[in-house]
Design a protein around this ligand. Structure first.
Ligand code: ADP
Length: 242
């Protein structure tokens, strides 16, 4: 069941979630008793210093990692105790990932790199539609080394998008980009959220980016430090780059 949250439908529900790495004295509490609800079809930004648990939070939501304690449900499914096979299916059916590094295959063209995402999906979108969406139609036959950093990130976004994901998880997607290119990538993510109704969760070091999000989560030492709603998110191109 979707859970009502104000006027929103909550899609991602974490209750007392902890994630530990290692054993005994070497134990790291990457997430410590985190309870939070993330709404559907909005942009949520996660801020926090390095090592505060941001990537761990994104990875457990995306089914790349499992939690040690607590409860986690996404899109009406309790994914707390899914086995590896079911987690793989969950990622395939629902989740697109975008990272700071583009992870494109250098021997493959733009089109072929995006095809990889298509093969990972049960209900992929048309390649041409996605190429058009990320503004890379003219460069479909180029190789990654022929592209700028911003263009490579667009291809990585297209590879995630072609899966037709309900949830787009972005870990520092603009971390390696300059202001102009970074903002263009953020505009693309905002477009996707507004036009496709995709739930976007975005980790960033750049607090200026928080202004384009409807929800801002701050992490500190593995704990949820704050949760704020923003009724008037700004267009990505107006983000102050800090
Ligand atoms: P952030 O994304 O905010 O930089 P992370 O979620 O990557 O933080 O990491 C939180 C803490 O968990 C850090 O102390 C980190 O070293 C630790 N950690 C993350 N992943 C692992 C792992 N696979 N094995 C051991 N420790 C980890």
């Amino acid at each position: 069941m979707d859970i009502e949250w104000g006027n929103e439908i909550v899609t991602i529900h974490l209750k007392n979630v902890s994630k530990r790495y290692g054993e005994g004295e070497l134990t790291v509490n990457a997430l410590h008793d985190v309870s939070v609800d993330i709404p559907k079809g909005k942009i949520t930004v996660i801020l926090g210093p390095s090592g505060s648990g941001k990537s761990t939070l994104l990875n457990v939501i995306g089914g790349l990692d499992t939690i040690s304690n607590g409860e986690l449900s996404v899109f009406q499914q309790n994914i707390t105790h899914l086995d590896e096979k079911k987690l793989t299916k969950y990622r395939k059916d629902y989740v697109g990932f975008i990272f700071q590094s583009y992870n494109l295959l250098s021997m493959l063209t733009v089109k072929e790199n995006i095809e990889i995402g298509k093969e990972l999906s049960s209900s992929p979108l048309q390649l041409d539609y996605v190429l058009e969406k990320v503004g890379m139609k003219d460069k479909a036959d180029k190789f990654p080394h022929e592209l700028s950093g911003g263009e490579q990130q667009r291809v990585a976004i297209a590879r995630a998008l072609v899966k037709n994901p309900t949830l787009l998880l972005c870990d520092e997607p603009t971390g390696a980009l300059d202001e102009e290119t970074g903002k263009a990538v953020l505009e693309l993510l905002q477009d996707i959220q507004q036009q496709e109704g995709t739930t976007v969760i975005l980790i960033t070091h750049n607090p200026g980016i928080a202004a384009m999000a409807e929800v801002v989560i701050k992490m500190k030492s593995g704990k949820l430090a704050s949760f704020e709603e923003n009724a008037n998110p700004i267009p990505a191109k107006e983000v102050k780059w800090v």
